[in-house]
Design a binder for this molecule. Structure first.
Ligand code: BGC
Length: 435
């Protein structure tokens, strides 16, 4: 109900303020107003008179925020009236991941403690210590397993390095009681998987780490946990598949879901199918000058609509968050194709009413498993459905300039979708749009 009121208010605001976004080409503001009213953008020439700073902008997957404190960068999130963020609910997902691991341990308690020492040992691959999604996942696992310790009112999310003796300060030993017996749970090791060139969430680094860990304390590792499937699968392929050690990731990439049949413990779907849709849909709506909720909470004329159980919108954060679902041995067969468009929003928009527009979109790291194997293929399907011509730019995962250098002429585009290397760096992009 509350959401409806917010959205109706936004609709009213938008009705008064469509001038900047409805048009490309040489339009005057009265022209744009007309276009917004009859809702029929007409050319695809890449934006003529609309200033770059007024064009629709969506941040996705990396939310503009302070990488030390996690505080949202509201300046970037409200860069102009058509600016949004699209991601997923990090806390809800993190809790699901933690619970999934804990329930797995409980259900398999008879076999899980491989060396029978009464300690369930796990290792944790951390993606990026300055990325709020990565931080949330580390906290979620520590919370569920009782290994978290408080730091400034939140669970400490720092990596511990090696902690085979349980003496690390950033974590504590947890305990779990099953069938009247109490087991200790220990985070044996954790590390940020950053390669020497600076790329985070680095799968190859995780594969090397499990090699090092397993050669020095392999038989005490009972569970492997990762902030994502890219790193999780790298560890699974390098070591845990053979050793039959359950390995848990996040993203529900195709290879990880398939690996559940071979002993991968489970993953979390962050509903990339919904996120990819929202990423382009908020741009489409802003370009059409229609209520931002169109085709989202309110069905569009083609019948596209999302239900409340797959996303939330927090207006004060200008952010859409997809909801997560645990994928385990029980339900993985429903998730075997992560690049399939979400059926309720799979209807083609009529090009005579939603004229073709040009979008500049970047992926922070062309070799990020989730973004390149799941998210981008989905975007490529939705861009057709929404009549958007998207230029996809793949970064090196290390420097913002590798990407911003390729936004030499923003005036060629009608809208922008940005996936930063570092969540603090929104200004590197908005500075270009402000010029
Ligand atoms: C995904 C990771 C990915 C990261 C990149 C996260 O949401 O789970 O797999 O590497 O985004 O920003």
């Amino acid at each position: 109900m509350k959401k409806k009121i917010v959205l109706m208010t936004m609709a009213a605001i938008l009705a008064f303020s469509t001038a900047a976004c409805g048009s490309s080409g040489e339009s005057s503001s009265s022209d744009t107003t007309t276009k917004a009213e009859d809702n029929s953008g007409s050319d695809n020439s890449g934006s003529g008179s609309v200033a770059n700073k007024d064009k629709p902008l969506v941040w996705f997957n990396r939310q503009p925020s302070n990488s030390s404190t996690g505080e949202l960068d509201m300046t970037a999130l409200s860069f102009n009236k058509d600016t949004y963020y699209v991601g997923f609910d990090a806390n809800q997902g993190a809790e699901l991941q933690g619970t999934m691991v804990k329930e797995y341990i409980e259900a398999n308690i008879d076999t899980i403690d491989r060396n029978g020492d009464g300690v369930i040992g796990y290792v944790l691959a951390i993606g990026d210590i300055g990325h709020n999604d990565s931080i949330a996942r580390t906290r979620g696992v520590r919370k569920a397993l009782g290994t978290g310790v408080d730091k400034d009112g939140e669970i400490n999310s720092e990596p511990v390095g090696t902690n085979t003796d349980g003496s690390a300060k950033a974590v504590q030993d947890g305990s779990i009681e099953v069938g009247g017996k109490t087991y200790k749970i220990r985070e044996l090791a954790s590390q940020e998987m950053k390669n020497s060139a600076g790329a985070t969430w680095d799968a190859a680094t995780a594969g090397n780490a499990i090699g090092t860990w397993s050669s020095s304390f392999g038989d005490s590792i009972d569970v492997v946990v990762s902030n994502n499937d890219g790193m999780g699968m790298s560890m699974f392929n390098a070591w845990s598949r053979d050793k039959k050690v359950p390995t848990f990731g996040y993203d529900a990439n195709n290879d990880a879901v398939a690996a559940i049949a071979e002993g991968y413990g489970g993953t979390i779907s962050q509903h990339a199918d919904v996120q990819a849709y929202l990423t382009l849909r908020v741009l489409r709506n802003a370009l059409d000058g229609v209520d931002i909720d169109t085709g989202i909470g309110t069905a569009d004329e083609a019948g596209n609509v999302l239900s409340d159980d797959v996303y939330v919108y927090r207006e004060e954060e200008r952010s859409y968050y997809a909801l997560n679902v645990a994928v385990t041995a029980e339900n993985y067969k429903d998730f075997t194709d992560s690049t399939k468009v979400y059926e309720p929003v799979s209807n083609q928009l009529d090009e005579s009413k939603h004229a073709s527009k040009k979008v500049w979109l970047n992926i922070y790291n062309a070799s990020d498993n989730f973004l390149s194997s799941t998210y981008q293929p989905l975007l490529e399907k939705y861009d057709d459905l929404m009549n958007l011509q998207v230029d996809y730019i793949g970064g090196d995962g290390q420097t913002e300039s590798n990407i911003t250098n390729r936004l030499g002429n923003p005036s060629q585009y009608d809208a922008f979708a940005i996936n930063m290397v570092k969540t603090d760096n929104a200004a590197s992009y908005t500075a270009l749009l402000n010029q």
